[in-house]
Design a protein around this ligand. Structure first.
Ligand SMILES: O=C(O)CCC(=O)C(=O)O
Ligand SMILES: [Fe+2]
Length: 211
């Protein structure tokens, strides 16, 4: 696998205060990026996501999958938006992506949430990834394939907004107090018609075991 020259010499720090977000630029060549995009699109068991809204389960247009290490060959369970998910095992390709992301970011992860946005019309509303199951102040590493999209942060108290473009094959790492003080979103846009796949590698602290 070629390491691509658009990888930044030093990651760029995105937030002015109250957390740390590092943008590493593109960590794959266009060829490798294209390979992973197709591979993930065709092999991941994508499903519409579910969320509990006013006591009702609704389905999102965006599709998701969740992969995690297994313990004694049993999957993890993980809850967010009022719904519990059970993990798929990591495929060999995802494991190699996880290793690369771990090398770049100097952190380790035991799970990955995958999102498939079919076009710019699908996005993700303001939220922070502060679920109880996640390791407190654990790093979250976000790897993007497919269409380039804008990604925004908003401070929970000052309301300051910081935005950047997430390039194809780029790596962004959120750490420290970021989830405590900042929301993030993927704003929908009519100008992007191509699909995008995003992988967020995370650490689940006390994985419940599904028997
Ligand atoms: O698609 C993205 O870039 C972000 C996804 C995200 O924030 C999440 O899965 O929690
Ligand atoms: Fe998020």
């Amino acid at each position: 696998m070629n390491l691509f020259s658009s990888l930044l010499d030093e990651p760029i720090s995105i937030l002015p205060n109250d957390g740390e977000v590092l943008y590493y630029g593109e960590i794959f060549s266009p060829e490798d990026s294209d390979f992973y995009f197709r591979q993930l699109l065709n092999t991941i068991p994508w499903q519409h996501d579910q969320a509990m809204v006013l006591g009702q389960i609704i389905e999102t247009k965006r599709k998701v999958a969740w992969c995690a290490d297994t313990i004694d060959n049993k999957p993890f369970s993980y809850s967010y938006s009022g719904v519990t998910r059970y993990s798929q095992p990591f495929s060999p390709e995802l494991l190699s992506l996880k290793k690369l992301v771990e090398q770049h970011s100097g952190e380790t992860y035991n799970s990955c949430l995958l999102n498939l946005y079919h076009s710019g019309e699908e996005g993700m509303a303001w939220h922070s990834d502060g679920e109880d199951d996640l390791k407190e102040r654990g790093a979250i590493a976000s790897l993007s394939f497919g269409a380039e999209r804008k990604f925004s942060f908003k401070h929970k108290f000052s309301k300051e907004v910081v935005a950047l473009q997430l390039k194809v094959a780029s790596l962004l790492v959120m750490k420290g107090n970021t989830q405590q003080y900042w929301l993030h979103s993927l704003p929908p846009t009519k100008t992007v018609t191509e699909p995008r796949i995003n992988l967020t590698f995370r650490t689940i602290d006390k994985p419940e075991l599904k028997i």
